[in-house]
Design a binder for this molecule. Structure first.
Ligand code: M6R
Length: 588
């Protein structure tokens, strides 16, 4: 994780680096820092906390060469000292990634006399650069990365040359081009408004950037040519449209996300169907919320196309020596397209001969580069760390993918059904009043989300969302499994939110309600099944519009997301940037 940016040229490096860090803050916000070359000296400014804490430190700083970093802590607590850049002598470096062999490298450097000040893995890189420096920073970086195990996107500057040396392996890094100035950054939004052309570096690449030139080298330090592409980023600093938080604004954009995703699907349908013809088994994978969408995908492909399917979190899948071959399709779901576990899982699948389909909101990412087919999620930029409209966009894309695999007629029916769903989601958002239930959840010692089948997938998402932004503990649980253990946790201080959108399974889930009530637990119901509301009229009930059962997750999702949002608001949490998290998890 972490976001990094570098600038060199005739303009204001301080303003550019600071602005870029603000746009990169979604990648981590434990601390921020920058290093600038001013009058032949490297000066480092860093501070624990949000990027804005750095602002007063930069007052009056003038420079034309600088690098910056916003951190999501992996090694070492968030603190001023552990913040990047790290320096050794006249060299400063910023790092996104994890150096797995840092302990051995550190011990060796200490025995050579190096003095360490931080607890980070990254500080070894600064000392290695100093040790390997022999008049050429790029060459020193090449020698240094040869010693590193793990993942890295690196930018280094020094007091002896006017250049930025960069390198990447398994962490994203792009170059941007200007007139008499050049840039480097973790992603395209960081260069929004600065650079219209970018180059995405490949794993193992290094580059030497001056104000007038950019030289790229491959992993053997041979000059390399890489494609220059347009910067497709739209402004990441979009307004809040009158909403108090991005989460609420993005939640309200759910109907648009579903509609635009369904429209975009038409453009890839034929390619997708042809790539998946003959596939005998599907594996769905992703992390966090994307994994919860993937669970719906598994269910859709089994129901619509009657093809066996599995679903596993990417972090498990990549290490289990999976059985894959040419007749298997791996559907990798990721909002960012940069999640390390998901990218690795997709890469593994590809290396084993499986077809790889990416379902992603990021149309140029590590995941899209690996995939045979990219199915776009057209949710637009999602700034809040908690995923909302991207999740519903993913479900829409997976629904259409499964329908397309099931055949033309089936697809046409499903396309017709989903075209009516944005209006139902809008109606749901307008009618929901979560205030009292949010207060109940906010004051509960634990909140359990229960459901069966697709409702269980939404239950997992509801629980994750509530935990993530309100810090209220709990679990998402299959309603039928409750009595096999979790029921022991139920008491008067707990709340169970039972999701029932499947008529056939309604009675079964109602049993779970009775079991919780008879143990004194509080219960709330989210349903669009006639009869359920009447039966439990004395319980807090959230009524959703009637809807095809396979599309009900789209309605139930906005209900649980809004509930989590309101509960977090009751507790006064920092909703868009929950503690300990980052939007894009590019480390293991
Ligand atoms: O970018 P991705 O979809 O791959 O991210 C996966 C998870 O990190 C992400 O969904 C996470 O669980 C969200 N913060 C949940 O709201």
């Amino acid at each position: 994780m972490c976001g990094i940016i570098g600038y060199i040229g005739g303009g204001d490096a301080v303003k550019t680096v600071y602005g870029g860090l603000k746009r990169l803050e979604y990648r981590g916000y434990d601390s921020a820092g920058a290093a600038f070359l001013t009058d032949g000296k490297i000066r480092v400014y860093k501070k624990q906390g949000r990027v804005e804490k750095l602002y007063p430190l930069l007052d009056g700083v003038r420079s034309r060469i600088g690098i910056g970093h916003t951190r999501w802590a992996t090694h070492g607590v968030p603190s001023d000292t552990n913040a990047h850049p790290h320096r050794a002598g006249g060299i400063a470096v910023v790092h996104n990634g994890i150096i797995e062999n840092y302990a051995a490298l550190k011990a060796e450097l200490i025995s050579d006399g190096a003095k360490f000040v931080s607890d980070t893995d990254s500080e070894v890189i600064a000392h290695l650069l100093l040790k390997n420096y022999n008049g050429d920073l790029t060459e020193a970086l090449f020698k240094t990365v040869k010693l590193l195990k793990g993942s890295y996107a690196l930018m280094a500057i020094c007091e002896y040359e006017e250049k930025i040396a960069v390198a990447r392996y398994k962490s994203p890094l792009i170059l941007g081009y200007g007139n008499g100035e050049n840039f480097c950054a973790s992603d395209e939004p960081a260069l929004y408004g600065l650079s219209e052309k970018i180059t995405v570096l490949e794993d193992g690449d290094l580059a030497e950037i001056t104000a007038k030139s950019v030289k790229i080298f491959d992993k053997n330090f041979k000059r390399a040519e890489r494609e220059t592409e347009p910067n497709l980023a739209v402004s990441a600093s979009l307004g809040l449209d009158g909403c108090p938080h991005y989460m609420l604004k993005e939640l309200r954009e759910t109907p648009l996300s579903v509609e635009a995703t369904a429209r975009a699907f038409k453009g890839v349908k034929d390619k997708l169907v042809s790539a998946l013809s003959g596939v005998k088994r599907f594996v769905f994978t992703g992390c966090g919320t994307a994994y919860h969408a993937a669970l719906c995908g598994k269910r859709y492909i089994e129901s619509f196309a009657r093809i066996p399917a599995e679903c596993e979190t990417a972090g498990e899948f990549r290490y289990k020596n999976p059985v894959l071959g040419e007749d298997t399709a791996v559907i990798a779901v990721s909002q960012s397209g940069e999640t390390a576990d998901t990218v690795e899982a997709a890469g593994l699948a590809r290396s084993l001969g499986a077809k790889v389909v990416a379902i992603t909101n990021s149309h140029r990412s590590q995941l899209t580069r690996l995939a045979d087919v990219v199915v776009p999620v057209a949710a637009g930029p999602e700034i809040c760390v908690a995923a909302t409209k991207s999740y519903t966009g993913q479900i829409a894309a997976l629904y259409l993918l499964a329908a397309a695999v099931a055949g033309e007629k089936f697809y046409n029916d499903c396309a017709e059904k989903i075209s009516k769903t944005p209006a139902l989601i809008s109606a749901t958002l307008e009618s929901l009043d979560m205030r009292s239930l949010a207060h109940i959840c906010a004051s509960s010692s634990g909140v359990y989300f229960l459901g069966r089948d697709l409702d269980y997938a939404v239950a997992l998402e509801g629980s994750l969302k509530l935990k993530e932004i309100s810090y209220v503990p709990g679990e998402g649980y299959p309603a039928g499994e409750l009595k096999h253990g979790t029921l022991a946790l139920i008491d008067v201080n707990t709340t169970s939110v039972v999701i029932i959108t499947d008529k056939v399974l309604a009675e079964k889930s109602e049993n779970a309600i009775e079991q919780v009530l008879s143990r004194g637990g509080k219960v709330a119901v989210i349903t669009n099944v006639n009869g359920v509301r009447e039966r439990f009229s004395d319980l807090p009930t959230v009524v959703l519009p009637e809807c095809d059962k396979y599309l009900s997750p789209l309605l139930a999702a906005v209900a649980v997301q809004l509930l989590a949002y309101k509960a977090a608001a009751v507790l006064g949490r920092e909703i868009d940037k929950p503690r300990n998290l980052a939007k894009s998890v590019t480390v293991e």
